[in-house]
Design a protein around this ligand. Sequence first.
Ligand SMILES: [Zn+2]
Length: 263
Amino acid sequence: MLVLPAAIGCTTNAVTGRSQLSLFPESSLQAQAVTEYRSFLSSNKVVTGTSNKDAEMVRRVGSRIAKAITDYYTAQGNAGELNGYQWEFNLVDNKEVNAWCMPGGKVVVYTGLLNITQNEAALAVVLGHEITHAVAHHGNERMSQGALAQGLEVAGNIFTSNNPKANALFTNIFAPTAQVAVLLPNSRKQEYEADHFGLNFAAMAGYNPREAIPFWQRMSAAAGTGKPPEFLATHPSDDNRIAKLQSYMDEALSYYKPVGSPK
Ligand SMILES: [Zn+2]
């Protein structure tokens, strides 16, 4: 039987104000994310060295967005939402078009993505989106729905070697190694939230949110090529997405101060 105390079953999202199913302690997701992140980095080619311009750009953009989110949450009195966050931004040498952020702020960008972002502001749009999924606890929500569907008991640390179901649930949702056949996509609602607030965070970090439109048009064009980008499997790029992004633009622009301009 699933233990579902009403008091902790749902939480109100600090960014969106939406009530979400949230059965997993954030700390246990973060601990599992660290394990998965280390394992991913050790089995992939991390682009290292302070002289590598792309790796440096990934760290710079990521750090600025992390700072923008931290400042925003702090100003709203929600700094506690980021408890346990220890941000890391790594670029891996991989042709796939992909990027992700796991709970606790563990971020990876694939070099293949940079062919489509093509500029720093577009990278900020993608990182704003992925980081929003993490800080808005979208993974927790999907895992909680998965646990309910499977009748999985959520109590204490369930990510142990004798709980393959729980581990499979984690990798089906976060799976950085994509060893699973099908990653469970975010819901449409979560995608719009990540687009909406990700755009705001990119703007707060000093990046022009307007770059989101040509970026998604480039993604859309890449979808027509022989091998569609991995990222598109979970992020369909269509007219709906672009129209929604246009509708968020004025709000995002109200936060936008170009990097280097007076505060
Ligand atoms: Zn997404």
